[in-house]
Design a binder for this molecule. Structure first.
Ligand code: HEM
Length: 477
């Protein structure tokens, strides 16, 4: 059976393939020396891969004492993320040491029984019944941006990455912390995160080479900056939690209220006891971190791609005009916006916000008959899988039509912007709905063009985003 996800067989197909490709990363010609690849990876984790990595199904490497295994095919991804999950539930050591000072034992970095307990605890907050409540917050926040943009003179330059980050921070801020959170508190959290991310070293050499003693030699200035920005985030969230605890009556629902007060099932039975203050803080930070930057980055890339491809922009506008006719979309409109959804999904294929997923093997194993040592680092790289030449027709082109209903869905172990298996993104439905509603509200009223002198480049740290922001000129449609 072929796993190639082909384009719909329509007469326009030849035209799609002729369109220019959007920006991608430079690749190495061949496998260089691993040490040079690691050094290349310290500035951009995606430019270390040679062209052949987009064709291979597995590859392995040894960096001093550390064994690496890259799963680059659906069967190997399935084994690690689903079939043998218990052996591979632990995040890679670079990810753990980068995030633990900020997230503590929060869901994103925990594993084993604690992860199972917290996952079960947090899951009810993402059930379908709550989606209408979240969708109202999403459209309210989009309307506020739309009103602000309407008051700007024509062709005003904005940093679209920053605009989208502010929008999604506001949405997730109100969802997690509730309405009472001031803009200043939300801004402090965003600022703290961004400074933290700027100063952590994702490819810590100690973990990369399996030499723990090297951890002592991390850059002390960066370590200090990380500690201070992490502390600032903790302080703001502690204040919000204390305010929540002090409120006795007329409490509005928010994720923090659920963590602090515990929650009940639909039949009124207690399903989760209140979390300790520290656990509530950690889970609130996880939700804020996981839910804000990911969506913001996809939305920023969407604006870039719509400017890059006028054909797609015109089709999107036609759908929005005919379905919405200028009114603000609601959750009920989402199923009637298949092209908008396809644009969002195709953007996540080309620019997956979490482009690299890592795990550490608890015990020896075999993958495709290759031995896996205990503590090996297993990498699943959506960036490579989403552009693999055996799995996608025209892999580097922006063609949303491949995601339209009627065309078969890509294999879920090949297209995995939200990951897959037991640790799949908890906010998947939230993020998808948010993306569609934000594009629908803003793109029906505005167009944006990349500033002519600006060259769009890709930056990959913990997430994938346009390097140095995305300066764009904004006009009303
Ligand atoms: C377009 C938007 C989003 C994308 C592409 C995305 C992607 C991902 C990915 C790839 C992971 C797995 C990471 C790994 O295994 O290392 C993940 C985990 C997670 N995401 Fe999302 N996410 C998005 C939005 C959200 C939102 C809006 C929320 C919450 C409101 C959220 C909450 C989480 C949580 C809690 C986890 C950890 C799950 C676990 O480990 O059990 N995400 N996300």
């Amino acid at each position: 059976m072929t796993l190639m996800h082909t384009l719909p067989d329509l007469p326009e197909k030849a035209q799609w393939i002729d369109e220019p490709e959007p920006v991608k990363v430079s690749t190495q010609r061949n496998w260089g020396h691993y040490i040079w690849m690691v050094l290349a990876g310290r500035t951009n984790l995606l430019s270390m891969w040679p062209d052949s990595a987009y064709q291979m199904k597995i590859f392995t490497a040894r960096l001093l004492r550390q064994h690496y295994f890259v799963c680059n095919s659906p069967d190997t991804v399935r084994q690690v993320f689903l079939d043998q999950h218990d052996n591979y539930d632990q995040k890679g050591p670079q990810m753990r040491s980068a995030l633990e000072p900020l997230l503590g034992d929060g869901l994103f970095v925990s594993d084993g029984d604690l992860w199972k307990e917290r996952r079960a605890y947090c899951s009810p907050a993402f059930e379908n019944e709550l989606l209408p409540y979240y969708a109202n917050i999403m459209t309210e926040c989009c309307k506020e941006v739309s009103e602000r943009w309407s008051s700007l003179p024509p062709s005003t330059e904005v940093d679209m990455l920053n605009e989208m980050a502010r929008l999604t921070a506001r949405i997730i801020g109100r969802t997690v912390f509730g309405d009472e959170t001031s803009d200043e508190e939300a801004a402090q959290v965003v600022q703290g995160f961004s400074e933290y991310q700027h100063n952590i070293e994702q490819l810590g050499l100690a973990d990369t080479f399996g030499l723990p003693f090297l951890r002592k030699f991390t850059n002390p200035i960066k370590r200090y900056r990380c500690e201070t920005s992490g502390k600032r985030v903790h302080e703001v969230i502690d204040t919000i939690i204390a305010r929540q605890e002090a409120q006795t009556s007329s409490k509005k629902f928010s994720l923090i209220s659920l963590f602090v007060d515990g929650h009940k099932g639909r039949d009124g039975t207690v399903q989760g006891c209140p979390l300790s203050r520290l656990a509530a803080r950690n889970e609130a930070i996880v939700m804020f971190m996981a839910g804000h930057e990911t969506t913001a980055n996809v939305l920023a890339w969407t604006w870039y791609l719509l400017d890059h491809n006028p054909r797609v922009a015109a089709k999107l506008h036609a759908e929005l005009d005919s379905v919405l006719g200028g009114r603000t979309p609601t959750l009920d409109d989402v199923p009637n916006l298949p092209y908008t959804r396809a644009v969002f999904e195709e953007t996540m294929r080309l620019y997956p916000p979490v482009p690299l997923l890592s795990r550490q093997a608890r015990a020896e194993d075999q993958i495709r008959r290759r031995p896996i040592e205990k503590n090996s680092i297993i990498l699943v790289i959506p960036w490579l899988l989403h552009r693999h030449v055996d799995f996608w027709e025209a892999p580097n082109h922006f063609i949303p039509e491949r995601f339209l209903p009627g065309n078969p869905r890509p294999d879920k172990f090949i297209y995995l912007p939200f990951s897959v298996g037991r640790r799949v993104c908890l906010g998947m439905r939230f993020g998808l709905t948010e993306g569609i509603l934000c594009i629908a509200t803003l793109a029906q009223a505005f167009q944006a063009r990349v500033k002519p002198s600006h060259e769009v480049k890709i930056e990959c740290r913990l997430t994938l985003r346009p390097k140095g922001g995305l300066p764009m000129q904004l006009t009303r449609r």
